[in-house]
Design a protein around this ligand. Sequence first.
Ligand SMILES: Cc1cc2nc3c(=O)[nH]c(=O)nc-3n(C[C@H](O)[C@H](O)[C@H](O)COP(=O)(O)OP(=O)(O)OC[C@H]3O[C@@H](n4cnc5c(N)ncnc54)[C@H](O)[C@@H]3O)c2cc1C
Length: 461
Amino acid sequence: MGFLEELRALFPPGRLLTKEAELAPYESDALTAYRKRPLAVVLPQRKEEVVEAVRLCHRHGVPFVARGSGTSLSGGSLPVEGGLVIALNRMNRILRLDPKARIAVVEPGVVNLEVSRAAAPYGLYYAPDPSSQPISTIGGNVAFNSGGAHCLKYGMTANHVLGLEVVTPEGEVVRLGGEGLEGVGPDLHGFFVGTEGLLGVALEVTLRLLPKPEAYHTLLAAYGSLEAAGETVSRILRQGLLPGAIEIMDRLAIEAAEAAVKAGYPRAEALLIVELEGPREEVAEEARVLEALIRESGAQEVRVARDEAERQAIWKGRKAAFSAVGRLSPDYIVQDGVVPRSRLAEALREIGRLSQAYGLRVANVFHAGDGNLHPLVLYDGKKPGELERAEALAGEILRLCIQLGGSLTGEHGIGVEKKAYMPEMFAKEDLEAMERVKRALDPKGLANRGKVLPEVAHGRG
Ligand SMILES: Cc1cc2nc3c(=O)[nH]c(=O)nc-3n(C[C@H](O)[C@H](O)[C@H](O)COP(=O)(O)OP(=O)(O)OC[C@H]3O[C@@H](n4cnc5c(N)ncnc54)[C@H](O)[C@@H]3O)c2cc1C
């Protein structure tokens, strides 16, 4: 039997998509500049169906891509031309929630925010909070080791995954890790997190839940320049404070957020959002130190949230900022480079200079506490040559991050978008080591073919 015939035997018509109109929504992810037509999309409802689909791909040598909600900003869930998309949204059940053990065992298609919703009655929550948390899935978060505003204090997805069940590209089902923090032997589940779907498909994920913080202190400060806001971040951390989140938005990002959700932000060149969280007394003490420091930092206006509604209003604008930028420009590229915190002000100055040199607007909204920049390069894809100019500018920003001692990506992953830059960050020997790991687990190169590893090291087209 041919590949499609065997798929038909596994999936009923409504869960096997092959028609052009059915495939169209799966042709790209949130990085819409890239598009590829898959051969078919399957919509499994049980992990056994995923395993069978992967085994079939292996027997027929057909490349496959796992897909959650398709919110990847680096082309991570872009299909392989002629390959299979395994779309996991229907595997969205929370299988077990154990408040005593503070764990949740979930299917990969569960949406991030649903975990915290389910844990809320027990005073618990799931800490990693990408801005896409109302829509992105735990499977996608695991593959990209996603972060969010509060990962400064609590760490990224990798710090909250205790165990995984995975089907390897050769169709073997393995369990990695367990249900506690103290595992025995090598940290294999930690190894899987962040591998961008290159080493198999996560079928089940065991997550750590945390008690909800007792108190928050959320502060918004307006500055006359981006550098002044960046400098304040360094001072906060030098003071020994470890807030739950430290975020910065520049003027363009503020304008976009205002237009989209009317957050009521002050007009300023830059906004700094700082959130302290933890036991009530500790937060009160830290708040005194923070407010004194902010008063001396030259802030033009300072607002402190007096209740949960005001806190949510501050976060609403920040969380909406990415998608809101769509109001300022028909198209944009989001970059995700990281710089050492001490070089934040320098990086922002240079991005401003590059923006002028290329004649393209760049909006900045980013996780300042861990130096993770998110410059949004605005362009109009209908204007000839503008996409190319935007890509060149985005590339210069990535090179700048590497030169300053940082990294190509903080949380959005390499995907297809940044793989050409991998040799600028890693030595040939490093890339070859990555390639050897990939080949050992996926000799046919089927899982998410063409992502992350540049062709030079791949030796494959
Ligand atoms: C408006 C907006 C805001 C965002 N904000 C943030 C942010 O603050 N922080 C952040 O980190 N990211 C952010 N992102 C990026 C994106 O949401 C994350 O990368 C997210 O983890 C992707 O989840 P998804 O379910 O959409 O995965 P998809 O885009 O469908 O897939 C992402 C990758 O995961 C792989 N994958 C999916 N499921 C599995 C599985 N079960 N097993 C193995 N591999 C799998 C795919 O093959 C692909 O490589 C944002 C995106 C948007 C559009």
